[in-house]
Design a protein around this ligand. Structure first.
Ligand code: IMP
Length: 195
């Protein structure tokens, strides 16, 4: 089965392809000739994921899934949350975003945070959502060089490495996105489609 993954992020495409294996023929936005700015104007991860997947389904006619992820920090009342990508400004700089988090978290002892992903899958116009999350803490300084985004300052509970100190396979096993994708794959298999 062909499925569009509504993203332009090459890191995520690579991660997803690893998770899906050969079972699903994944198409990128580029593969379907979409160079639109896919809209994500909602106030929640659930709303943004649905807005993206329905946009592709309605405009391009492909079955599609889209994800939206946020880093939710308890001591910052859930910030940066749905604004994770542009927390420090429209240029979406990972370095600036991490610097802003570390600055705001100075002197704060409650470091509890989670990454949460919501996937919206639209098949023939019908939507299903899948959630994955990983609990952890915000480190006091950056550690590691793998991954992307906030990986160097996030350490999952029960593990002594930041996400940026793991290889992609290790991270996929326990990550928010990995967990949401596992639910997505289980669901697709249960539909008894030819994958
Ligand atoms: P998106 O919805 O997947 O585009 O994620 C929004 C933002 O959250 C990204 O721009 C990153 O800053 C951050 N983010 C998402 N997933 C991850 C991850 O696995 N590690 C670190 N940061 C992430």
């Amino acid at each position: 089965m062909e499925l569009v993954f509504a993203t332009n992020n090459p890191h995520k495409l690579r991660e997803l392809q690893q998770l899906l294996g050969d079972e699903i023929h994944l198409l990128s936005l580029k593969d379907i000739g979409c160079d639109d700015e896919v809209p994500e104007n909602q106030q929640t991860l659930e709303g943004n994921a649905a807005e993206k997947s329905f946009f592709i389904f309605e405009k391009y006619g492909y079955n599609c899934f889209a994800d939206d992820t946020g880093l939710e920090i308890d001591a910052l009342d859930g910030e940066p949350g749905v604004y994770s990508a542009r927390y420090a400004g429209e240029e979406k700089s990972a370095e600036a975003n991490m610097a802003k988090v570390l600055e705001k978290m100075k002197g704060i002892t409650n470091r509890k945070a989670r990454f949460r992903t919501v996937i919206s899958l639209v098949i023939d116009g019908k939507e299903n959502q899948f959630e994955g999350f990983v609990e952890g803490e915000i480190l006091r300084e950056k550690r590691g060089t793998e991954g992307f985004g906030y990986d160097p300052i996030f350490q999952p509970d029960g593990i002594s490495q930041s996400f940026a100190e793991m290889n992609s396979e290790q991270k996929n096993q326990l990550s928010h996105r990995g967990r949401a994708v596992q639910k997505l794959v289980r669901y697709l298999k249960s539909l008894n489609l030819t994958l």
